[in-house]
Ligand binder design. Structure first.
Ligand code: DAH
Length: 344
């Protein structure tokens, strides 16, 4: 037992004097390990009486506990000292450049859509939505394109089954909105959204693209309202100097129907490749809502009139930003996308 207490005293002294975590660990291994002086002292246990052995066991356990506690305590002191030493010499250099956090950008089609929404909401329109998987009834029938109508050929259609299809235009939202209104005007909506056609993809065609539909229904609506609205659209989207030109056209859902051109913003109308040297760029289709459509959708054409228009969002974005390939919108190429930042 004296031996044990001697070992303890010696060990405590060394632990106390110890200056490094490594030395402390060596001390721990030496005094508490299998080959240390403690273990050697234990060997004498076999010559003891039962009582002596019990007393010895108690003391040796106590010594082990005390040494373990002393080492743990010293360890904390040394660790703290080490940390303080480190902190004295290490500095955080706040002048170092920080990591570059990659920032996303707004997709050019989203920018055009948001700009259109702002413009039309400012004129009292609300934004309507409709399903992309649409019924033949809404996409065609209610738009005055009955089965077998030759104008259906203008829109190569992706059918899901005989009566269900991917909407070929945003025009079915016209019918949905009118039917919801139960024959009661006024209606003033735009509907931006995705549209689908069975087209082969090339520089100007994409099987999935985007349109923005517009519909106004009220009493005493005339073509002058349509023209004024589209003129404002042209000026806001392409610059104050833009003019518009209406050319007669045909859509089953409007009568009369027009194709709308804007004066070329690229050459100010002088003639350039963008306007194919005509000074004018075709931008959208529009017209006065066909009385048959009004009637099918629950409005009395003797009381209500309306105008409608359909804008191709890719076309607007391509003209506005000089993009020459529609595939750029859908390839996810960051070199393309990063060129666009929100103007605000
Ligand atoms: N739905 C037509 C299309 O996809 C575009 C269109 C033309 C919409 C005239 C209209 C409109 O509302 O009045 O080709």
């Amino acid at each position: 037992m004296d031996e044990l207490l001697k070992i303890q005293e010696e060990a405590l002294g060394k632990i106390n004097d110890c200056q490094s975590l490594k030395d402390l660990n060596d001390l721990r291994v030496f005094y508490l390990g299998k080959k240390g002086p403690m273990q050697a002292a234990m060997k004498s246990m076999k010559d003891m009486t039962k009582e002596e052995r019990a007393a010895f066991g108690q003391v040796s356990n106590k010594v082990k506990q005390d040494l373990t506690a002393a080492i743990e305590e010293k360890k904390q002191v040394l660790e703290e000292a080490e940390m303080n030493e480190k902190l004295k010499h290490e500095r955080i250099d706040i002048t170092l450049p920080s990591y570059a956090l990659p920032l996303g950008s707004v997709h050019p089609l989203s920018m055009v859509r948001e700009e259109l929404e702002d413009l039309f909401i400012g004129m009292g329109y609300s934004v309507a939505e409709g399903p992309e998987v649409e019924s033949d009834h809404f996409n065609f029938e209610l738009m005055n394109l009955p089965k077998g109508h030759p104008a259906r050929d203008m829109q190569d259609t992706l059918y899901i089954d005989e009566n269900t299809l991917m909407r070929t235009h945003t025009s079915p939202v016209q019918a949905r909105t009118m039917l919801e209104a139960n024959g009661q005007g006024p209606i003033k909506i735009i509907c931006p959204g995705k549209t689908y056609r069975r087209d082969d993809d090339d520089a100007t065609h994409s099987h999935q693209f985007s349109q923005c539909e517009g519909l106004v229904i009220d009493k005493n609506i005339t073509m002058a309202d349509l023209k004024g609205t589209l003129e404002l659209f042209a000026k806001k989207m392409f610059g104050e100097k833009r003019e518009i030109r209406l050319r007669p056209s045909y859509f089953p859902f409007t009568e009369p129907s027009v194709e709308v051109d804007i004066s070329c913003h690229n050459c100010e109308g002088k003639g350039c490749p963008m306007c194919k040297y005509t000074g004018w760029i075709e931008i959208l289709g529009a017209g006065m809502v066909n009385p048959k459509v009004l009637e099918m959708c629950g409005f009395d054409p003797e009381v209500y009139q309306g105008f409608a228009f359909g804008i191709g969002l890719e076309r607007v974005a391509m003209l506005k930003y000089g993009i020459d390939n529609i595939r750029n919108f859908y390839s996810g190429d960051l070199r393309f996308l990063n060129q666009f930042t929100r103007k605000d």
